[in-house]
Design a protein around this ligand. Structure first.
Ligand code: HSE
Length: 433
């Protein structure tokens, strides 16, 4: 950095990259007032220059080849907003090796390749920042790293995927089926290019991996998380949950346990009275409990051009402190320690309350046989509902809520119940908050 000017280069002028460019151009004076520094948008690398993005790029170097930007010695900070694994990984690695700080919104990259990239950052004396990778505009990463730095994090419950939350909200409010709500979410542009990551829980799991690594000051292996999506939930399940006083949310769960961390993503019945139950549509929230602060909730827009760009620019400003002081804080390595792998407790060893929904024949003795198997595996029933009629001929829906039971016992019980020919095999097991 020369004369208090920070030179910024953006790779990828999609939704988020455009937002970053817009802030650097439109909020230039505000940023200078607040920091005493000038943030200059020096260059952009983008393959498609045919779109009108409503940006005045006079004086900005516009490239098609990202290497031209990465090889520009005057650039201090590179913003990676192309997403996905490749070529994002190659560009970020090259930027770090060229001793440029990097800011990214790429949760898949940080969650799965963070270990290598943070090592590179350390080796080359630069930082890799990723506030925008979780919760869009919500400052949850700075919240954990700085605001809650004095606390051991005991638990976190996150609604981290806007697409799934939108779908579940529409299913709840409009009594829609999953497919119709997914079409709406796609039309609104919330979903990833491959919506499997959204509705399958992978996107939320990437984000949980990142939050957990920070909260536990260690390294969490993404592959050790238990991940379940929302694709099997029907409007009937939403209705049953509603009648029991719950709303179904795709929750990312972090719980400190004596044996390690309980980390999982799955649809969860959240009681109507909990703050998370009110987080609707595409909004995100993280409910965090620290040992000194108690319970806190971070809430806001989890995606989109302006919120995500807002988070990226907060990282740019943060990094400019290092440039100004010629300091190397190794922020990422302090809070995402690649040398300290966190133990994840297998979900089979965790206990939960459960929601079970079966379609069974409506004949004498069936309920007692299901209850008998649950009893055999030490699972106690808390409530039960059977509907008289259902559009599927001969089969009726039966829903049970259980008391706390071990996941392993529940797996064994369901394997046995699933073999009965009076039970259809599309039964559903959800967990309660
Ligand atoms: N597809 C993501 C979501 C976008 O629905 O939350 C932000 O990561």
């Amino acid at each position: 950095m020369k004369d208090n000017q920070v030179n910024v280069g953006i790779i990828g002028l999609g939704t988020v990259g455009t937002g970053v460019a817009r802030i650097l151009l439109e909020q230039k004076d505000l940023l200078t007032t607040r920091t005493g520094l000038t943030f200059k948008l020096s260059g952009i690398a983008e393959l498609n220059w045919d779109i009108d993005r409503n940006l005045d790029l006079t004086g900005v170097n516009c490239y098609r080849d990202a290497n031209q930007l990465l090889d520009d010695a005057s650039i201090d900070i590179i913003i990676e907003t192309i997403g996905g694994y490749e070529p994002a990984y190659t560009f970020v690695a090259k930027a770090l090796k060229n001793r440029k700080h990097v800011v990214t919104a790429n949760k898949a990259l940080i969650a799965t390749k963070g270990r290598e990239l943070f090592k590179l950052a350390q080796e080359y004396g630069v930082d890799l920042m990723f506030e925008a990778s979780v919760g869009g505009g919500i400052p949850i990463i700075k919240g954990l790293r700085e605001g809650l730095v004095a606390n051991k994090i005991q638990s976190m419950y996150g609604i981290l995927n806007g697409t799934s939350n939108y779908i579940l909200t529409r299913m709840y409010q409009e009594e829609m089926e999953f497919g119709q709500a997914l079409q709406e979410a796609k039309a609104k542009g919330f979903a990833e290019a491959d919506p499997t990551l959204d509705v399958g829980g992978g996107d939320a799991a990437h984000k949980l991996t990142i939050l957990a690594s920070i909260a536990a000051s260690g390294f969490v292996d993404f592959n050790k998380l238990s991940v379940e999506g929302i694709t099997k939930i029907t409007k009937l399940d939403i209705k049953f949950a509603k009648d029991f006083g719950y709303v179904i949310k795709l929750l990312a769960v972090y719980r400190e346990q004596p044996e390690g961390l309980d980390l999982r993503v799955h649809p969860t019945l959240v009681p109507n009275s909990h703050l998370l139950a009110a987080v609707s549509n595409e909004l995100n929230a993280v409910f965090v409990k620290g040992d000194f602060v108690g319970s806190t909730m971070f809430y806001g827009p989890g995606a989109g051009e302006r919120p995500t760009a807002s988070a990226i620019v907060s990282d740019i400003v943060d990094l400019s402190r290092d440039l100004l002081l010629k300091e190397d804080r190794h922020l990422c390595n302090r809070t995402f320690n690649p040398e300290n792998e966190v133990k994840v407790v297998p979900i089979e060893e965790i206990s939960n309350r459960y929601y079970l929904r079966f379609f069974t024949l409506d004949e004498p003795g069936i309920l007692s046989r299901i209850a008998g198997v649950l009893g055999e595996f030490n699972i106690s029933i808390a409530s039960m509902v059977q509907l008289e009629t259902h559009e599927q001929e001969h089969y009726v829906p039966i829903v049970l809520l259980t008391h706390q039971a071990r996941e392993k016992d529940m797996n064994d019980a369901l394997a046995k119940i699933g073999k009965y020919d009076f039970v259809k095999d599309d039964y559903l097991r959800l967990r309660l908050f």
